[in-house]
Structures are given as structure tokens and as C-alpha cells.
Write a protein that binds this ligand. Structure first.
Ligand SMILES: NC(=O)c1ccc[n+]([C@@H]2O[C@H](COP(=O)([O-])OP(=O)(O)OC[C@H]3O[C@@H](n4cnc5c(N)ncnc54)[C@H](O)[C@@H]3O)[C@@H](O)[C@H]2O)c1
Length: 291
């Protein structure tokens, strides 16, 4: 199956990055969100990131302009009916995603593949609410999308081989690498990464080390480019907690118990970089550990 037009739902952090890489790889993109402001914000981020690529000589100014011209913003979900592939990247709430698919389904062509960029919701469950579970799968980009090489492709229990191969071909055309994952809580990357971050927070909670010694140890002792607490601040502590809860509930194993200190930071609204405070305080010139 040849995919030419792609609908991206949600123009936030992930959706605008997905539109960016698709447009650079010659796909026509219809980008949908709830408000004109959200679309404008998304498009201006794409433009800024493309400009950066031009200044670093990764792409030419002509390629940037052609990519921008390939992204058509729309508030009308119906218009996404005329696409070959949908990548849903709206807010991480199951009711939101179900409502989007319900609104979209009457307008979709029979051949259109439906996918979700969800980090934690069951692909099989999302698929079961649609008219095409065999043409439904997880298309999980990493953040920031233009920079990260991996895409996890997650098959639901009913996903057929043709759908998987069509999505794999898209990942390859983007110049990215796919990892195939089965549909179990948090898939591969987050299944391994989040318990490591959670354990780093336990190490802090129990006073084994402070923020600096924990991050320093993992950078110098395990060769990680970023310490686990620094990385947690980058991802968002609310997101880390939500994924730990998905692992804890979905696998019913106490080894996934979210650290109470992680919960406390989230309760305080200290969510990491996006709120300027998390395991580090970002309000000054350089980040200062908060513990
Ligand atoms: N942030 C990450 O690091 C990351 C990584 C991988 C996957 N994801 C997944 O990507 C998805 C989006 O996450 P994000 O970080 O971009 O969130 P975000 O909050 O930055 O963006 C979500 C966007 O969806 C829009 N939206 C909400 N309801 C909508 C609707 N009914 N129709 C159209 N648009 C709607 C919002 O207005 C917002 O612009 C989530 O499923 C998340 O789990 C996030």
C-alpha cells in the first residue's frame, strides 16, 4: 500500500514534530487541532525547527519552504478523511482519543490506516472501539521527533501484516529506525526507562545519594549522556508518574510502585523543565539541584 497523504491529529509537542518529519520526507500532511491558536503555535514551532536545520546546513532553504507548504492546517476533522494514514497525537487521555476516532470514522476511506502515538494506552483497546482493528496500530515517536532515531511500531492483537508493513515503509522513508513491540504496558523503551528513573528517585528518597551524585554517577559510571533525574525533568515528572502507574496497574507487580517522592513533586506542581522546577530549579542561569 502506497501512503501519500497523512493526517496528524494534535499539533502539540509530538504532533508538530511528526508533521515536520513527514513533510520533509515528501508526505502531504493535514494537521488538526482544537483551536486556531494551537495550530498556529504548532506551525511556528515547525518553522523554527526547520530554520534551525537550515542554519546547521542539514537541509536547504528550498527544502524548508517545500516542507512548510506541504503541511495544511485544519480545524475540520472531516478533511482528514481523505488521507491514507492517520497518526493521532492528541492529549494522552483515553476518552479524548476514543472521541476523536468516533468523530473521524464516518469520514474515513476504507483503506485508511489508523494509528496512535500514545505512550501508554493499550493499542488493542483503542482499536477495539473502531471499525478497523486490523488496520490499527501504535506509531510511537520519541521526543523530540526531528532528532530521535527510533519509532516503536506496536501491533494490537488484530493488526494485520499489510498494515505493519505499510507503517514500516513510512518509518524507513522518514530515515528513522523501527522497533517492533508487542502491545503490553509501556511497550519497550518506557518499560525499561521509567523503572530506571523511578529507581533513581527511590535512591534520592532513601538518601543513598543527592541529585548531583545520582546524575553524575549514571553519566560517568554507566556512560549515559544525561542523568536519570535530569532526564525525568526533561520528560515531565507528571508523564513519568503516569507511565509508572500504567506499569503498576497493567502488570500488577509491586516492583513498579511509583516512588512517593515522585508523587510529591507532581503534587507540588514541580513537573520539571516545563514548570521551571523539578529535580532541578531552572529559574536562574544554570540549573540548581532541589535536593
Ligand atoms: N511528550 C512526549 O515525550 C511523548 C513521547 C511519545 C509519545 N507521546 C504521546 O503523544 C501524544 C501527544 O503528546 P504531546 O506531548 O504532544 O501533548 P501536548 O499536550 O503537547 O499536545 C497535545 C495536543 O492535542 C490537542 N488536542 C487535544 N484534544 C484534541 C482533539 N479532540 N482533537 C485534536 N487535537 C486535540 C491539544 O490541543 C494539544 O495541542 C500523547 O498520546 C503522548 O502520550 C508523548
Amino acid at each position: 500500500m502506497d501512503i501519500k497523504r497523512v493526517g496528524v491529529i494534535g499539533a502539540g509537542q509530538m504532533g508538530n514534530g511528526i508533521a515536520h518529519v513527514l513533510a520533509l520526507a515528501d508526505y502531504d500532511v493535514l494537521l488538526n487541532d482544537l483551536s486556531q491558536e494551537a495550530l498556529d503555535r504548532g506551525l511556528s514551532v515547525v518553522r523554527k525547527n526547520l530554520d534551525r536545520q537550515v542554519s546547521r546546513e542539514k537541509i536547504t532553504a528550498e527544502e524548508r519552504d517545500a516542507a512548510m507548504a506541504r503541511i495544511i492546517p485544519t480545524l475540520d476533522l472531516k478533511e482528514l478523511g481523505q488521507t491514507d494514514l492517520i497518526i493521532e497525537a492528541a492529549t494522552e487521555r483515553e476518552t479524548v482519543k476514543n472521541a476523536i476516532f468516533e468523530d473521524l470514522l464516518p469520514h474515513l476511506q476504507p483503506h485508511t490506516i489508523l494509528t496512535s502515538n500514545t505512550s501508554s494506552i493499550s493499542i488493542t483497546r483503542l482499536a477495539s472501539r473502531t471499525d478497523r482493528p486490523e488496520k490499527f496500530m501504535g506509531f510511537h515517536f520519541m521526543n523530540p521527533v526531528p532528532l530521535m532515531q527510533l519509532v516503536e511500531l506496536i501491533r494490537g492483537i488484530a493488526t494485520d501484516e499489510e498494515t505493519y508493513k505499510a507503517c514500516l515503509a513510512v518509518v524507513e522513508k522518514l530515515g528513522k529506525t523501527a522497533a517492533s513491540a508487542e502491545d503490553f504496558p509501556a511497550f519497550i523503551v518506557n518499560r525499561i526507562l521509567m523503572p530506571m528513573i523511578n529507581e533513581a528517585v527511590y535512591t534520592l528518597y532513601e538518601g543513598v545519594g543527592n541529585v548531583q551524585s545520582i546524575d553524575g554517577s549514571m553519566k560517568l559510571g554507566a556512560n549515559h549522556p544525561m542523568g536519570p533525574l535530569e532526564l525525568a525533568d526533561f520528560i515531565g515528572l507528571d508523564t513519568c508518574l503516569a507511565i509508572m502507574n500504567v506499569l503498576h496497574d497493567g502488570l500488577a507487580d509491586t516492583k513498579y510502585r511509583p516512588c512517593p517522592l515522585l508523587t510529591k513533586y507532581v503534587e507540588a506542581g514541580w513537573l520539571g523543565r516545563k514548570t521551571q522546577r523539578g529535580f532541578y530549579d531552572y529559574r536562574g542561569e544554570t540549573p540548581v539541584p532541589t535536593r
